[in-house]
Design a protein around this ligand. Sequence first.
Ligand code: PMP
Length: 405
Amino acid sequence: MFSVDEIRKDFAILSQKVYGKPLVYFDNAATTQKPNIVLAKIQTAYTTQNGNIHRGVHFLSQKATEEHEAARSVVAQYINASKSSEVIFTRGTTEAINLVATSFGERFCSAGDEIVLSTMEHHSNIVPWQLLAERKSLKLKVIKLTSCGEIDLEHYESLLSERTKIVAVAHVSNVLGTINPIKQMVQIAHQKGIKVLIDGAQAIPHLAVDVQSLDADFYAFSGHKIYAPTGIGVLYGKEDLLNALPPYQGGGEMIDRVSFSGTTYNELPYKFEAGTPDYVGSTALATALGYLTNLGLENVRRHEQTLLAYATERLKEIRGMKIIGTSECKSGVISFLVGDIHPYDVGMLLDKLGIAVRTGHHCAQPLMDSLGIVGTVRVSFAVYNTTAEIDVFIDALKRVVEMLS
Ligand code: PMP
């Protein structure tokens, strides 16, 4: 049985008070809280099986290696990768995208080539491409959005040319909540022989992701947004593509044989995992994925959709409310503005009432520029949030708006 009350017991942090008020945590798009089972896994890993992985002949090293590789298989299964060697552990989404921008750019892009991004991208899916574009004299092309905050598919298609090498686009917007028609976008790009990187940071905690069904060339996400610790993330890549790319960073583990006359590189996935990886983080990520699987992704999605619909409806009670991002197809993220009140003031006062929201540009300044605003207030839901918390939030917001009006 799916019971939010039971789920909340798994997250010790949620029962604390902030400024004497029960914590209402609505900043899940920034990072999620961690269930006890994940925290226990970290404790167990460090107290019973900590040894640097690979190469070790001793018990602890072998145990830690087994756990790390088992975690890779869990991730592969979770996203339906055809092989676990297509799963590269990274520090997070940002590092995964930088890896692709650097290595793919090095191998496949030359002066005059084009990269297509969308207006709603997070800085993590813009700046790595800008750095590449500067290095290699490439051109970035940007897909426009419709007035409700969806990708303009006609414009998207019109941007793809014979010079386009890769499309890099978010699966779900961290500001608008829009779930992009990513499968269709991949199909359109593939018809023209163009590769696609999907930034899955905001999709992976909420949607069932099947990289084979999406036919994604690359798919990136962060552990900390899916109930796992910070410092671990994933880059999925198709085997033939990953094999074609040069290494991203040099160091231990990514090599086959090193000599001063020349070095050869390890096979996948190790070629892209230079240095000691976060082998405790990887096992904790696998535990988090197992936790979600046990809850049932469909149950999670249904619950979060209920929260989204309820909060969207209740927000309309507030005079001057403007919701930014009104697609029919959204995940549990709501950005809004009230009249001409500065989002920062709203966030500061809500905080004093125990409610954690995020304010500002949400690392999407080009999106803010396109909307002609400096920022928004954003609430974002996770599996442990409740409609009762939304009631508390709406009451608090009404008070805050009254104070600031
Ligand atoms: N892309 C999107 C859509 C995001 O929401 C985020 C995190 N806010 C990132 C990329 C970057 O993730 P991380 O900081 O974990 O690397």
